[in-house]
Design a protein around this ligand. Structure first.
Ligand code: APR
Length: 238
């Protein structure tokens, strides 16, 4: 099956790669639906990653993201991230990389133009529409930092459950999916929409790369049961 998929990769004029948390698993970032470790094991991300949770307990949610930032900053892109970046360098314009991950590892590996559907954990934005007094650089340090004039709080620039995805990034991802000859769906359980829906609208062949079954297997032309950092370098070499 790998040989068949390699042939599809070679023949495709436009490849879309859609990645999820499993893409970064071999870098040491725990996936969302894995058990979390340590202090935060008792918390369900779906209960923390909402505006409601932040408003109810800002420091708890801010501290959870601070913990994840500290964890992510220590890890490195893996061979899968590197293979995607190298392919894009060798074949400019042939690959569109769409990720649900907020960890920035694709960007650190050197992938250009990454469509980060769920934002970036290392950026902050204001919780409420900023007023003229809200200056992120002058925010009072805290958990979370806040504006000393109006009390507006900074929050991570990630898409929480129940929030809209960034409109232009989603539109670009949808256009790419509708125009591709091949979509590789890597390391996502396929349960979170609208990201998972991109696989269902792909114009071309769909290949799933995941050691476990996913909710998108029914839409796939091929399912490669394996790990991202092992399979991507094999599939993407010239
Ligand atoms: N290689 C490929 N896939 C892997 C690997 C690996 N080494 N290790 C685990 N996986 C797979 C798992 O089998 C699972 O299907 O990665 C998937 C991770 O699934 P989730 O944890 O559900 O992550 P994801 O699909 O990215 O979640 C989507 O949900 O919590 C929200 O906004 C968050 O972006 C996230 C979204």
């Amino acid at each position: 099956m790998n040989e068949q998929v390699r042939a599809w990769v070679r023949a495709a004029r436009h490849i879309v790669v859609l990645t999820g948390a499993g893409m970064s698993a071999e870098s040491g970032v725990p996936t969302f639906r894995d058990a979390q470790t340590g202090l935060w094991a008792q918390f369900d991300p779906q209960q923390l990653a909402t505006e409601e949770a932040f408003r109810a307990n800002p420091s708890r949610v801010w501290d959870w993201y601070a913990f994840r930032r500290e964890m992510i900053i220590k890890v490195e892109p893996n061979a899968g991230h590197r293979a995607l970046a190298a392919f894009a360098r060798r074949h400019p314009g042939r690959l569109t990389l769409i990720t649900q991950n907020v960890d920035g590892l694709h960007q650190r590996a050197g992938s250009p133009g990454v469509l980060a559907l769920h934002g970036n954990i290392f950026e902050d934005k204001w919780l409420d529409t900023p007023k003229s007094c809200c200056n992120a650089h002058a925010a009072v340090a805290g958990s979370p930092p806040y504006c000393d004039r109006c009390g507006n709080m900074l929050r991570p620039n990630v898409v929480w459950f129940g929030e809209m995805l960034p409109v232009e990034i989603l539109a670009a991802a949808e256009d790419a999916a509708r125009a591709c000859d091949l979509m590789l769906v890597v390391g996502t359980s396929g349960v979170v929409y609208p990201a998972a829906g991109l696989a269902r609208t792909a114009a071309g062949k769909v290949v799933i790369i995941n050691p476990e079954p996913t909710d998108l297997d029914d839409t796939a032309d091929a399912v490669l049961p394996g790990k991202a950092a092992e399979l991507l370098p094999q599939l993407l070499e010239d």
